[in-house]
Design a protein around this ligand. Structure first.
Ligand SMILES: NC(=O)c1ccc[n+]([C@@H]2O[C@H](COP(=O)([O-])OP(=O)(O)OC[C@H]3O[C@@H](n4cnc5c(N)ncnc54)[C@H](OP(=O)(O)O)[C@@H]3O)[C@@H](O)[C@H]2O)c1
Length: 224
C-alpha cells in the first residue's frame, strides 16, 4: 500500500486525515511535536508516530534521517498556526515572524528534507493545507499575519510545483473549509471528517494536470 506522511497529525484536520488514510489501508506516518501525549493519534490503528516540529531545523533533519531510503507517496503538510491579529496598529511582529516560520518556512523545510523520499515513490504527491484566507482575490480584510502567511505558502508551493514538474511531482494546495477544530472554533460549519474525506478524494483522483493548483476541499478550484 502507498505511504502518507502527515504533519500536525495529533489533532484537528491532521488527525482526521490520519484516520481517513489508515481506514483506506495506507501506511500512515503521523508526525507531531509531542508524541508522548499524542494519545488520539496513537489510537489510530497501524499509524507510525514520529516527532516533528516544523519550525526546528534539527527536528526536520532528524526526521529525514529516520526516514532515509523510505518511499513517501504523499507528503501532507498540514501543521499550521493562526495567532489572531487585528488592525495594522495591533500587529505583533514577533508573532507574525513565528506565523511565517510555522506556515511557510516549516512546510518548505519539510519538503526539502523529504523530496527524495517522495520522488522515489509511485505517486509523487505533495499536498499543503493552505487557506482561502490566503486568497488575494477573496480577501475581506483583517488577519494580516495569517492571511499573508498562506498567500506566501501558495506562492512557494507554486514555485515548487514548477521546479519539480519535470520529475513527476504533483503538488496541490487546499482550503480545508471552515473546519470545527481548535483553530476553526466550535461553531465552524465543516466537520473534520468531511474536510479530510474531501481532501483525500481530490488527492486520490489527482493527475499531473492538478500540479500547482489551489482547491477547496470539495475539489472546486479557488482563485489566487
Ligand atoms: N480549521 C479551519 O477552519 C482551517 C481553515 C483554513 C485552513 N486551516 C489550516 O488547516 C491546518 C490544520 O488546522 P486545524 O484546524 O487542524 O488546526 P489545529 O486544530 O489548531 O491543529 C494544528 C496542528 O498543527 C500542529 N502544529 C502547530 N505548529 C506546529 C509546529 N511548529 N510543528 C509541528 N506541528 C505544529 C499542532 O500541533 P500541537 O498540538 O503540538 O500544537 C496541531 O497538530 C492548518 O494549516 C490551518 O492553517 C484550518
Amino acid at each position: 500500500m502507498p505511504t502518507v506522511l502527515i504533519t500536525g497529525a495529533n489533532r484537528g484536520i491532521g488527525l482526521e486525515l490520519a484516520r481517513a488514510y489508515a481506514a483506506d489501508g495506507w501506511e500512515v506516518i503521523g508526525t507531531c511535536r509531542k508524541p508522548d501525549v499524542a494519545s488520539a493519534l496513537k489510537a489510530v490503528g497501524g499509524v507510525e508516530v514520529l516527532p516533528l516540529d516544523v519550525t526546528d531545523a534539527a527536528s526536520v533533519a532528524a526526521l529525514s534521517k529516520t526516514l532515509q531510503g523510505r518511499k513517501i507517496d504523499l507528503l501532507l503538510n498540514n501543521a499550521g498556526v493562526n495567532y489572531r491579529s487585528g488592525t495594522l496598529a495591533e500587529i505583533d511582529y514577533d508573532l507574525w515572524a513565528r506565523t511565517m516560520d510555522a506556515n511557510v518556512f516549516g512546510p518548505m523545510r519539510v519538503c526539502d528534507a523529504l523530496t527524495n523520499n517522495v520522488l522515489a515513490s509511485d505517486r509523487k504527491q505533495m499536498a499543503f493545507i493552505s487557506s482561502k484566507m490566503g486568497s488575494i482575490a477573496e480577501c475581506g480584510g483583517g488577519s494580516y499575519t495569517y492571511r499573508s502567511s498562506k498567500t506566501a505558502l501558495n506562492m512557494a508551493v507554486k514555485c515548487l510545483s514548477l521546479e519539480f514538474a519535470g520529475k513527476g511531482l504533483t503538488a496541490l494546495m487546499f482550503h480545508p473549509g471552515h473546519v470545527r477544530t481548535d483553530m476553526g472554533g466550535a461553531s465552524a460549519p465543516v466537520l473534520p471528517t468531511e474536510s479530510a474525506a474531501g481532501i483525500k478524494s481530490v488527492l486520490d483522483g489527482a493527475t499531473a494536470s492538478d500540479n500547482g493548483r489551489f482547491y477547496n476541499y470539495d475539489g472546486t478550484a479557488l482563485p489566487w
